[in-house]
Write a protein that binds this ligand. Structure first.
Ligand code: SF4
Length: 319
């Protein structure tokens, strides 16, 4: 298991941490961020609207125009267009915050929203809600591999576990780069992610394996970022009960010679119950880890899948 300290730096919309920076002087404090994630992350709060000089309180903004390329304007004073400064600030912060490993955005905001932000049309009615906030769009365009998510979506246990797994994977990659990239380090890294990838995107696990199989034919400095971008894209796929069960079966296969018939049967029963939705993932996984402690396997011991994030976050109790 990789070391999870010192605290990983994660950017966040400032209003989610309770800062009273919204247009009406209020906040949108997130219980998850303030009471749970705050213990694990060193949060970097940003409010792009305040940063570009809009006061508190202020006239709310709205997105107008084409959903694919909207503009941020005042909801009353339509001639007040702040698209350019919001986008410029997004690009600047994406460059300056090189050490963050994730970003939690406030949903539905014309500045910070990642998806489904309303884009108003000329006749005043909202279009299909499918815009992206101006600041978030500019930031993400400069940092396409960075794990990003909206606070509202983190209420979903599957999305929450997926996002936090990606944050820790991103942090581990940054650590690898700091320690010195080498062919061996890259192969070891990929090997450790085998079962996490099998749970999220099995095809991509094999594709990435083939990519690294030709390692000697490529410049390491060029191949490594390609590999990492593909890995981060693959990890965005959410594992399902079926794919988790498949991985649990693979892992239990390593124990088939060590366990008694009764132990094997008990493990199989719990994997089956997990697959049917009777027990959460943590139940068969805990038994599996118990057996692995009694019958250690060096290859399995280094698998990120077994603990992709700190146990104290209890993320797999709700899967
Ligand atoms: S959503 Fe973004 S711009 Fe709006 S108050 Fe929160 S941090 Fe500021």
């Amino acid at each position: 298991m990789p070391p999870h300290s010192p605290k990983i730096r994660v950017a966040i919309s400032a209003c989610l941490l309770g800062a009273e920076v919204r247009y009406n002087g209020g906040h949108k404090a997130s219980r998850l961020c303030r009471q749970v994630l705050d213990e694990h992350f060193d949060f970097v709060p940003l409010c792009p609207e305040v940063a570009i000089g809009l006061g508190i309180p202020r006239e709310p903004l709205r997105l107008v125009g084409a959903p694919g390329a909207p503009r941020a304007v005042g909801s009353v004073q339509r001639q007040r267009d702040v698209t350019a400064p919001l986008a410029a600030y997004g690009e600047r912060m994406a460059g300056e915050l090189g050490d963050i490993c994730g970003y939690i955005f406030m949903q539905q905001s014309p500045s910070c929203g990642l998806e489904r932000v309303k884009v108003y049309q000329d006749h005043g009615r909202p279009s299909e809600p499918k815009g992206r906030g101006i600041f978030a769009a500019a930031f993400c365009a400069r940092r396409p591999d960075l794990p990003v998510e909206e606070d509202g979506r983190l209420n979903d246990p599957v999305l929450r576990e997926n996002f936090l797994s990606r944050v820790y994977a991103y942090a581990e990659w940054q650590q690898l780069l700091r320690s010195g990239l080498s062919r061996k380090a890259l192969l070891d890294f990929h090997s450790r992610y085998k079962y996490l990838l099998l749970a999220t995107h099995p095809l991509q696990y094999r594709a990435l394996g083939r990519l690294l199989g030709n390692l000697r034919q490529h410049q390491l400095e060029q191949l490594a970022p390609r590999y990492f971008s593909a890995l981060m894209a693959a990890l965005k796929h959410c594992a399902t009960r079926r794919s988790h069960s498949n991985v649990l079966q693979h892992l239990s296969g390593y124990l088939k010679r060590s366990l008694s018939g009764d132990d094997k049967q008990e493990l199989q029963q719990l994997i089956g119950q997990y697959r049917q939705g009777i027990v959460p993932l943590v139940v068969p996984l805990t038994l599996l880890k118990h057996h692995l402690r009694r019958h250690p396997d060096r290859y399995l011991a280094q698998q990120v899948y077994l603990q992709p994030h700190p146990e104290s976050l209890s993320l797999r109790n709700a899967l």
